[in-house]
Ligand binder design. Sequence first.
Ligand code: KIV
Length: 286
Amino acid sequence: MSTTYTLDTATSRAHPTPTPVRRLTVPGIARRKGGEPVVMLTAYTARYAQLLDPHCDMLLVGDSLGQVIYGLDSTVPVSLDMMIAHGAAVVRGSYHAVVIVDMPFGSYEAGPEIAFANAARVMKETGAAGVKMEGGEAMAPTVRFLVERGIPVVGHIGLTPQAVNALGGYGARGKSEEERAKILADARAISAAGAFAMVVEGVVEPLAIEITGSVSTVTIGIGASAACDGQVLVTEDMLGLFDRTPRFVRRFYNLAEQLDAAARAYADAVRDRSFPGADNLYQLPA
Ligand code: KIV
């Protein structure tokens, strides 16, 4: 397969496309409640978006890019400008999936108006179909404010990584009756506020099943349950790029090993002068 491509910014489509296809829509995803599972992966760059797009219903430009791309300790330092730059790249690289961009920490919590202004920037400058925001009952008025003004919202409840400092870590949630009731109330509030989908992250399985059965919103699990309406993983986790993967990740490939082998082969070829070879060189015309 050729890796040479150009990006048509007029249509947000990457070329070559397999066949002209219409992009999936937010209402189309919302209608998948209780139906065919929604497939979502993270993407941060145009090329990854191109490769993942044919297989995914939704691509999430997650603020996990803070750790995956930028080597940060958490998602807390991620900025709106970072999300917009990567969001635009993923929209340019995709033609089929619904692209959602994470609102980073500090860009929406202060109130509905500031959240709307920042989400509108994301929509205008990336071409994404919607935004994702972490939080439960407290964020419901903000979710409603955005949805009523034309911005589709994906919620994110349970383990909410932007709140790592308040939660004290990334452990599974919903183990106590009190926590279970709180997370269920969060799910109901975000659903009632109009979120068309919600990520349910890092909760005990019975709670994920209860949430999925209690809300009309599409639930997308990560460390939750196969009974959710869809699943999401960080692509680099799924590809086996990191040495340590949490329990909820399944490695579908061993990219770290493959990358190591390729870099070693390249280094060997440079050192023994077998690269560049005759095929890689330009000569004067005969
Ligand atoms: O930032 C992210 O990638 C996410 C997913 C893990 C759901 O929020």
